[in-house]
Design a protein around this ligand. Structure first.
Ligand code: FNR
Length: 343
């Protein structure tokens, strides 16, 4: 097995072993209950927009895996089938390995095969060239392309990158050369408003905040290291704060909340903070591997049903209305936003 394939399997194993932290900041957010919502569950409309893409609901399965053989192929097939069955969007894991080695392409292509008309996002790192971006999009007929930023993960990864120069320029080139929307995402360390403003300026369609508080790639990579690097284990901007930071730039850019999202309330709070959709990765992967395909599909259906109940209790008929419900921010999240002058 190649080193890259081995690494992917280790990421999955360590994700399962470490589980999800509950540090995403959503416990600091309270949505204000409405006793007179004047709304019925049947009237709730979950459809939403990310850039120009219309999604039937704001839940998406975020980028995880691909390449590396039979195990990842099976996982990707199951995740894509579940996305198809529940009509939600899904992202593939980084496609760079399949660009470098064509024999790895089937584990990505399977996702389009079992989810012909669904919304599927491609995924590459910020080292990608515009040509590679085009190949990744073509490979799975992607509806959008995610570019991930993962500086801390690379630094903790023994074999990771050490040079992070000219990243914004490369993303700008990709934005100019591809004909699908580009989504820039973090992988669990969050995003601040200064970065968001730079991405908005170069024409990125959406930011997936990839906030701190769920899957922790510093801890995951540490499990693969000889000399442990603990400095980054508690490093990052929580998901709740990241959403508020990115929304505060008021740019023409959609926001996807992600990082430790595990249930409909986390999803509702992401949207109430201003996101248009929310991505779930580690929680659904763990559920599928430990409990199987049917449990995965039921969980997605339950999250969507629960979301309609929450929206009803808040009097929010649409995602747009949910984005504007009143909320109270407590604790560290309140403190952070106050210090940064974000209201
Ligand atoms: C990831 N993630 C990820 N992200 C990305 O952009 N490209 C990738 O290839 C991967 N690979 C990957 C593998 C595994 C096993 C996991 C668990 C995650 C990161 C993922 O998309 C997400 O940003 C983070 O995991 C944070 O979200 P959760 O897991 O807390 O919901």
């Amino acid at each position: 097995m190649s080193k890259r394939a081995q690494r992917k399997l280790e990421h999955i194993q360590h994700t399962l072993a470490l589980g999800q932290q509950r540090l995403n900041g959503f416990d600091d957010i309270t949505l204000i209950h409405q006793s007179l919502p004047n709304l019925s569950v049947a009237k709730i409309d979950l459809s939403t927009k990310v850039g120009e893409l219309i999604l039937s609901s704001p839940l998406l399965i975020n980028a995880m895996t691909g390449g590396g053989g039979i195990d990842t192929m099976k996982i990707n097939e199951a995740l894509a089938r579940a996305a198809h069955e529940t009509n939600i969007a899904i992202a593939v894991g980084s496609q760079m390995s399949a660009i470098k080695d064509k024999s790895e392409q089937p584990s990505y292509k399977i996702m389009r095969k079992v989810n012909k008309d669904g919304i599927i996002f491609g995924n590459l790192g910020s080292e990608a060239t515009p040509e590679q971006a085009k190949i990744a999009i073509e490979m799975i007929e992607a509806n959008a392309l995610q570019i991930h930023l993962n500086v801390v993960q690379e630094l903790v990864m023994p074999e990771g990158d050490r040079d992070f120069t000219n990243v914004l320029k490369r993303i700008e080139k990709i934005v100019q050369h591809v004909d699908v929307p580009v989504i820039v995402k973090e992988v669990g360390f969050g995003m601040n408003r200064e970065v968001a403003a730079k991405l908005s300026e170069i024409g990125v369609a959406a930011i997936d905040v990839g906030g701190f508080g769920g899957t922790n790639f510093s801890k995951i990579e540490n499990l693969r290291r000889q000399r442990i690097l603990h400095n980054f284990d508690h490093w990052g901007i929580s998901t709740a704060v990241s959403i508020a930071e990115v929304i505060s730039i008021k740019g023409n850019i959609s926001v996807i909340g992600s990082g430790g999202i595990q249930n409909a309330l986390d999803l509702a709070k992401s949207i109430a903070l201003g996101a248009s959709a929310a991505g779930v990765a580690g929680f659904l992967l763990k559920l599928y591997i430990e409990k199987g395909y049917d449990a995965l599909v039921h969980e997605i259906i339950n999250i969507l049903e629960d979301l309609t109940y929450i929206m009803t209790a808040l009097g929010a008929k649409t995602v747009d209305e949910l984005q504007r419900v009143p909320l109270i921010i407590f604790g560290n999240t309140h403190h952070w936003l106050n210090e940064r002058g974000i209201d």
